[in-house]
Write a protein that binds this ligand. Structure first.
Ligand SMILES: [Zn+2]
Length: 352
């Protein structure tokens, strides 16, 4: 990594360079850094916005979803035009970020990150970032991070509260040292059941971004060690020391080197989405390939009302269900939280 900055870099990042903990050396390191962000919703948009503005040289943004009107309250990279254009989140975010900073590379990938593709999506990344809303994908990130010895930053937010933890494999506790198994979904509040406020999102994601910047600038010595618990409403914030769980524990992931999520033995192909009355179906992991044009033509024949189509997705309403099919073959069926019902709808209207 080079510490030499050109004049354009000096001018653009001058205020950050003046901050002595970063300096020219840290800025040079940021520009040479590559990160992969998994999930570009509330936390993800704030993370991507902060890191692209800071000059992280390569940011790959992976997200499986489209934008809904209720996202705009907190997902800072999206606007009403993106919804009108039916843009998936990863594409809308990448377009906006390129307008913010043309001097770095931003890549948007519309995909469901899973055990079949995470290694490729994280290839070359110095750091992985958690912008997800579910434990399954976080455990997958954790598995890959530990298996390949790369740091990642866990983040979660709900209501006015949130958590953040930087994870350096082999040095700090990993996610499974702290949470051994995912909590049952019925006991887990989600943004769609408990709500979430913008300030909590911004603060949690900003802590994640700050820890990311420390790692990328070579200042891991300054990391906040432990699990941050933030309550934005009351202002009561704590840092839980989770290190004894790492040092004395018997973590299935970082101690026993069992990567249940990365090897595919845990995890599912149909996923009920974060309590929002929708299910994602991912047929590709069954080995099949989807002909996007054929699916679009089929839906045009059965849709109730208009069928919207662009290069990224086709969407329509069929009876009580809103169906969105992405170019990679995945579908999100809205109108049910029941996986079997969604599978049936998919098989009936989209294709088995
Ligand atoms: Zn562990």
């Amino acid at each position: 990594m080079t510490d030499k900055l050109n004049d354009a870099h000096q001018a653009r990042y001058s205020r950050q360079i003046l901050f002595h903990e970063i300096g020219e050396r840290g800025q040079g390191r940021l520009l040479a850094s590559r990160v992969t962000l998994v999930g570009c919703g509330a936390l993800g948009t704030v993370l991507a916005n902060t890191l692209v503005r800071a000059g992280v040289g390569f940011v790959r943004i992976c997200d499986r979803d489209f934008i809904e009107r209720n996202n705009l309250q907190r997902q800072v990279l999206f606007d009403e035009d993106d919804i009108a254009a039916n843009l998936p989140k990863a594409e809308a975010a990448a377009r906006k970020l390129r307008r913010i900073n043309s001097g770095v590379t931003v890549e948007g990938v519309v995909t469901d990150v899973n055990h079949t593709n995470i290694e490729r999506l994280a290839e070359g990344a110095h750091l992985l970032l958690d912008g997800t809303d579910n434990f399954e994908t976080r455990y997958l990130i954790n598995d890959l991070a530990v298996a390949t010895g790369r740091p990642w930053i866990y983040g979660a937010v709900i209501g006015a509260t949130g958590m953040c933890m930087p994870i350096i494999p082999g040095e700090t506790a990993c996610l499974r040292c702290v949470f051994d198994e995912p909590p049952p979904p019925e006991l887990t509040p989600t943004c769609d059941t408990a709500g979430v406020i913008g300030p909590a999102v911004n603060i949690v994601a900003s802590f994640q971004a700050q820890e990311a910047i420390k790692i990328l600038t070579g200042r891991s010595d300054a990391l906040i060690r432990g699990l941050m618990n933030l309550d934005i409403w009351t202002g009561r914030n704590t840092i839980v020391n989770v290190q004894p769980g790492f040092e004395k524990g018997d973590c299935p992931c970082c101690k026993r080197k069992r990567f249940d999520y990365l090897d595919g033995s845990a995890g599912s192909r149909a996923t009920s989405l974060c309590g929002r009355d929708a299910v994602q179906i991912d047929p590709r992991r069954d080995g099949g390939r989807t002909n996007f044009e054929a699916v679009a033509a089929k839906l045009r024949g059965i849709a109730t009302g208009e069928v919207l189509q662009n290069a990224f997705m086709v969407r329509c309403t069929v009876g009580e269900y809103d169906i969105t099919v992405f170019a990679d073959g995945r579908a999100i069926i809205k109108g049910t939280a029941d996986v079997e019902t969604a599978r049936t709808v998919y098989a009936k209207y989209v294709g088995a």
